[in-house]
Write a protein that binds this ligand. Structure first.
Ligand SMILES: Cc1cc2nc3c(=O)[nH]c(=O)nc-3n(C[C@H](O)[C@H](O)[C@H](O)COP(=O)(O)OP(=O)(O)OC[C@H]3O[C@@H](n4cnc5c(N)ncnc54)[C@H](O)[C@@H]3O)c2cc1C
Length: 458
């Protein structure tokens, strides 16, 4: 193997890190510490030619191929044993075109990179709520965040993608070229190739009014009932998600409440700053407020506000559902299990996916369930591996209790764990058969299988 890896090294401009090399342990580590894998080589990409070389090498040697951008995959898809990892993290460049309000984003950029580059122009697009998550990994699965109600999912803002396919060719997919591939990339995850850059439509997003409002746990049912009604018709410039959250030791939370389990509504108002108080009044009036940290701030400040709760190296086990309607029975199950959230890093979030995300047709992109109103995720995230069994049991019990009320067999693929492989068809719903046909056209040998895998149609 070492001689052939040397052949790969000779072809690649970026670093090829192999066992025994300095930095191997750092290069193989992914965000979820539960995945302690030892790849044959981590190719730290310098340009698309490196990706082409790595893809051909993995294919020609029948090796597993893992693709990594931000590294946040909960199932650890960004690493593997004995195979090749294409690590795009060196390619974090972002070029903003303020005239056309677009950005071209390198395949390894994280949301903090895009926020940073676009904010001076008063621009942004829908991204995740943690700034260290990869733009590409998050976008390929759909992309849910503060701006979803106003501007749709992240995929709804993708204009084109450069992709290295299983044959080792680079294609550009858009509404005008390789339209089938472009359709599949927008929701189909990493199944179709290595995306070396994405072009996004940006929108006017500058100073927002945002942050968390914490309520007592005993008011959780009231807050959830309010949330389901309010978010159905609230102005689309308002992003608002519900959370169960142990109070972190932050100055705006009374010290006596640090460590208490609370519930929260986290808001992002992207309308006129002087209208925020009126828009948020019903939120503030729903129940007595324990603590709040809501105010005008640059959008990138909100989008990185919770990063410290989820540093690299925690253990992760998640379960998720799309939700048609937040029923009273579901709320009762949430209150029972959400109140047992085990540590400050763990949480349960309910994100709205209505508004602009509903105006995109169910088959316009590969995203499975446009008819759903919410995406719920039980995110077990904890520092101590000794707590693995207990925290995984909390996630599973919680999920078993809420799933019967979700109104869907499917969930958001980016919130799935590695034991959710049986749910892939349900997660894509009506779009699965078409995805399998596009997979057969671009990756008939299933080279890109370390993902929520779509099996090529026969
Ligand atoms: C702390 C945390 C917060 C999150 N918050 C949100 C959120 O607010 N909204 C949301 O929608 N999701 C969120 N997610 C889920 C997130 O969307 C997925 O974990 C996503 O896969 C992460 O992408 P990544 O690039 O960081 O991860 P990686 O592990 O690098 O990539 C995950 C997979 O995506 C594919 N992929 C990544 N890059 C490429 C590429 N360049 N070309 C081809 N395939 C690629 C590969 O299959 C890869 O294995 C969050 C996850 C975490 C851990």
């Amino acid at each position: 193997m070492s001689a052939t890896i040397d052949d790969l090294r000779a072809e690649v401009r970026g670093a090829v890190v192999t066992p025994g090399d300095d930095g191997y342990d750092e290069a193989r580590a992914v965000y979820n510490a539960m995945h302690d894998r030892r790849p044959a080589a981590v190719v730290r990409y310098a340009d698309a030619a490196d990706v082409i070389a790595a893809v051909r090498y993995a294919r020609d040697h029948s090796l597993d191929l893992a693709v990594r951008a931000g590294g946040h995959s909960v199932p650890g898809f960004g690493t593997c044993d004995d195979g090749i990892v294409v690590d795009l993290s060196p390619m974090r460049n972002v070029r903003v075109d303020p005239m056309n309000k677009t950005a071209r984003v390198g395949g390894g950029a994280v949301w903090g990179d895009l926020d940073h580059a676009a904010h001076p122009f008063g621009l942004a697009t829908t991204g995740g709520i943690i700034s260290t998550t990869g733009v590409t990994g998050l976008t390929l699965g759909g992309g849910i965040g503060y701006l979803t109600r106003g501007f749709g999912l992240s995929i709804d803002n993708v204009l084109s993608a450069d992709v290295v396919t299983a044959t080792g060719e680079q294609l550009t997919a858009s509404d005008y070229q390789h339209e089938d591939l472009f359709w599949a990339l927008r929701g189909g995850g990493g199944n179709f190739g290595v995306v070396t850059s994405l072009e996004f439509q940006l929108h006017e997003v500058d100073t927002i009014v945002g942050g968390p409002i914490f309520f007592e746990l005993e008011d959780a049912a009231t807050v959830m009932e309010f949330y389901r009604e309010f978010i159905a018709t609230a102005p689309e410039q308002l992003g608002l998600f519900f959370a169960f959250q142990i109070a972190p030791p932050l100055p705006f939370i009374p010290e006596a409440r640090h460590g208490d389990t609370l519930c929260a509504l986290v808001c992002c108002w992207n309308g006129p700053v002087d209208e925020a108080d009126a828009v948020l009044k019903p939120v503030r009036d729903v129940a007595p407020i324990v603590a709040e940290f809501v105010g005008p701030m640059p959008y990138p400040a909100l989008n990185s506000a919770f990063d410290a709760l989820v540093p690299k190296g925690l253990q992760h086990y998640w379960k998720a559902d799309f939700v048609a309607e937040l029923t009273d029975d579901a709320i009762a199950a949430h209150v029972e299990h959400g109140s047992k959230v085990p540590v400050v890093n763990s949480t349960m979030h309910i994100y709205p996916i209505n508004g602009a995300a509903h105006r995109v047709g169910a088959d316009e992109t590969a995203f499975g369930h446009r008819e759903m109103n919410f995406a719920a995720v039980i995110a077990g995230m904890w520092p101590d591996p000794a707590d693995n069994a207990a925290t995984i049991a909390w996630v599973r019990d919680y999920y078993s209790a809420i799933h019967p009320f979700s109104g869907s067999d499917g969930g958001y693929i980016n919130f799935m764990s590695d034991d959710d492989d049986k749910r892939v068809e349900a997660n894509y719903g009506r779009n699965y058969a078409r995805l399998a046909r596009v997979k057969a056209a671009y990756d008939p040998g299933n080279l890109f299988h370390l993902n929520q895998n779509i099996v090529p149609a026969k």
